[in-house]
Ligand binder design. Structure first.
Ligand SMILES: Cc1cc2nc3c(=O)[nH]c(=O)nc-3n(C[C@H](O)[C@H](O)[C@H](O)COP(=O)(O)OP(=O)(O)OC[C@H]3O[C@@H](n4cnc5c(N)ncnc54)[C@H](O)[C@@H]3O)c2cc1C
Ligand code: SF4
Length: 551
């Protein structure tokens, strides 16, 4: 009961339904807590997902412009971030690659030494893998076989691997697209179909084969009574009662994220809160709550150690090709270029060409403003030697079937700081802005590799236009900003995801990651959340007197 004898609406409110939020919701519901998950994105079904990303209103998320899709792009001074907004968070738009990072990452960054990670986490990684149905990719498309051939030509054949993915491939011998009653959770999960290798994973999978969170963690959480409030945005969280550190619970205010009229603010009460709104979402919310006086005790380290997974998106385009590079699964294979650099072969499904507008010819071996000159020179040279192919490369049409996208990631250091302030170009409202040293926009080894592939196979090496012309790297793996640390001077939460300065308050999403992983981060977010949730007692034994975040 709340102070004054009023009941709490929920035991825990989870903000966001991505990898951290879904794991939290299920584990808390299993422990007997009354859970609400508040998610500002929409709920999607195979019937409502768009057929291609030319359906901008159902692909892009920018509700103020009437775009209510599941994929967002945000351009900052130092980085362009791609991320997901939906019931199921980034899992609806993600490429379903679920990789365990190398052990070395636990010795780096502010989480080093907080927990015996190498001993404690493997069990949680195994649980997360089982829940997310991780398996080795069985469908190698043309992009994958070409990556393999190039790896062989470069003497890197032994580093080639089919990706570990959260995709259901069905029983060996059954045709693609076969229907199954729940194959994962002894009948407690939803019916599924097996993958047909259409390359559409990043458009949400309309075939019931991608293991999105609404088919595992969230589905089971709902079955256990967790309430999911879609298209609802959390705008305030503040302690209630007489405890400034939240020992007597919190009031959470929400509003509609998609309606601008008639969307009244609601107030909900709870004993505990899990921030799981993604790296950007949690930072945005916590900054507003700290600066607005709702949660003033949140550490001043908020916004520090924001990382991009040291990423670069490049590609090779084959204008006019009869081969279809969109076949397979979104991220089908990878190679290790060197100790620090991994390259994965990525694709969009046939017809989903809209992202092609962001690709231009590559200007390798240059950086900063020199890169623009190098780009102009490369463009002119190509226009002179291969005019038709070059013009086709500059147009988005047929982008998906003609392009192998290379996602390059490094586990090298490089970080930014995020702040909430009034940007000079829009002084009416505070917004997140990045500060700090620019992170390198290109990975020379990966660029050289793409150029070699292009030369050997008659393609045109390509690069993100934002990287080339604005000198801003692009990442789909924005992490950190509310990192784990031993004390509030260095981070925002402890090694059990408990927020310093508050009780029964957790952060379970990509913002807690404290080092560049060099691999796709979702599995690590799920495993860390499994670890955090395993430390919370069953509801029947909960006293709500746990200490605020502790070293
Ligand atoms: C195109 C693309 C492909 C990707 N492919 C892969 C991949 O193959 N493998 C991989 O590991 N990662 C991939 N990622 C990255 C992956 O999606 C993220 O790392 C992951 O989803 C982050 O999980 P999270 O728990 O931090 O938050 P998210 O999954 O981002 O979920 C956070 C949720 O919180 C909601 N939210 C935010 N603010 C509020 C608020 N105030 N109130 C209510 N709700 C709120 C958001 O709408 C969102 O749904 C990809 C990303 C993109 C964009
Ligand atoms: S390749 Fe197609 S069917 Fe397979 S998981 Fe991706 S979208 Fe679904």
């Amino acid at each position: 009961m709340r102070d004054g004898g009023l009941p709490y609406d929920y035991d825990f409110i989870v903000i966001g339904s991505g990898f951290g939020g879904s794991v939290s919701a299920l584990r808390l519901a299993e422990k007997g807590y009354r859970v609400a998950v508040i998610e500002m994105g929409r709920r999607w079904t195979p019937e409502t997902l768009p057929e291609s990303n030319w359906s901008l209103a159902r692909w892009l998320w920018r509700p103020a412009l009437g775009l209510r899709g599941f994929f967002a792009l945000r351009l900052f001074r130092h980085v362009m971030v791609l991320h997901g907004n939906a019931v199921g968070g980034g899992s609806i738009t993600y490429g379903a690659t679920l990789m365990v990072p190398p052990d070395s990452v636990w010795d780096e960054g502010t989480w080093a030494g907080l927990v015996d990670w190498k001993k404690d986490l493997p069990a949680h990684f195994e649980t997360a893998k089982r829940m997310l149905g991780v398996t080795t990719n069985r469908i190698l498309g043309r992009a994958d076989t070409r990556l393999k051939a190039m790896a062989e030509a470069e003497g890197l054949a032994d580093t080639f691997f089919p990706t570990e993915v959260g995709v259901f491939f069905g029983e060996a011998g059954d045709p693609p697209g076969s229907n199954y009653s729940d194959p994962f959770f002894d009948g407690a999960g939803p019916a599924r179909s097996s993958c047909i290798g259409c390359g559409g994973c990043m458009m949400g999978c309309r075939h019931g084969a991608k293991n999105t969170l609404d088919k595992n963690y969230l589905f089971l959480a709902e079955a256990r009574g967790a309430e999911i409030m879609a298209e609802t945005k959390v705008v305030d969280v503040r302690p209630i009662g007489n405890s400034p550190e939240g020992a007597t619970g919190y009031e959470v205010r929400t509003c509609s994220s998609t309606r601008f009229f008639g969307g009244l603010t609601k107030r909900l009460s709870c004993r505990g809160v899990v921030f799981a709104a993604s790296s950007l979402g949690t930072q945005d919310l916590l900054f507003r709550l700290k600066q607005g006086g709702s949660l003033p005790r949140v550490s001043a380290a908020l916004g520090r150690h924001l990382r991009t997974n040291a990423e670069s998106l490049i590609g090779v385009r084959y204008p006019g090709s009869v081969e279809d590079f969109s076949e397979g699964i979104a991220i089908g294979s990878g190679i290790q270029l060197d100790r620090h650099t991994q390259v994965q072969a990525v694709r969009y499904p046939r017809g989903s060409d809209a992202l092609g507008v962001l690709l231009t010819v590559m200007a390798p071996g240059s950086s900063g403003s020199m890169r623009i000159l190098a780009w102009l020179w490369a463009l002119l040279r190509l226009l002179a030697t291969r005019p038709v192919a070059t013009l086709r490369t500059l147009l988005p049409f047929r982008f998906a079937r003609e392009t192998i996208i290379f996602l390059c990631m490094q586990n090298l250091e490089g970080e930014l700081t995020m702040r909430l302030k009034r940007p000079w170009y829009w002084p009416f409202r505070k917004a997140l802005v990045t500060e700090g040293q620019a992170i390198p926009t290109s990975i020379p080894a990966a660029n050289a590799f793409a150029c070699k592939v292009a030369e050997a196979t008659g393609g045109i090496a390509a690069n993100s236009i934002v990287e080339t012309l604005l000198n801003v790297p692009t990442t789909a793996h924005c992490i950190g900003g509310a990192v784990m640390a031993s004390a509030p001077e260095a981070g925002v939460c402890d090694g059990r995801n408990r927020v310093f300065g508050y009780r029964n308050m957790y952060i379970c999403d990509g913002s807690v990651l404290s080092a560049n992983l060099g691999v796709n981060p979702s599995l690590t977010i799920a495993a860390l959340t499994e670890h955090a949730m395993s430390q919370i007692p069953e509801a029947a034994h909960q006293t709500w007197t746990a200490e605020a975040g502790q070293p």
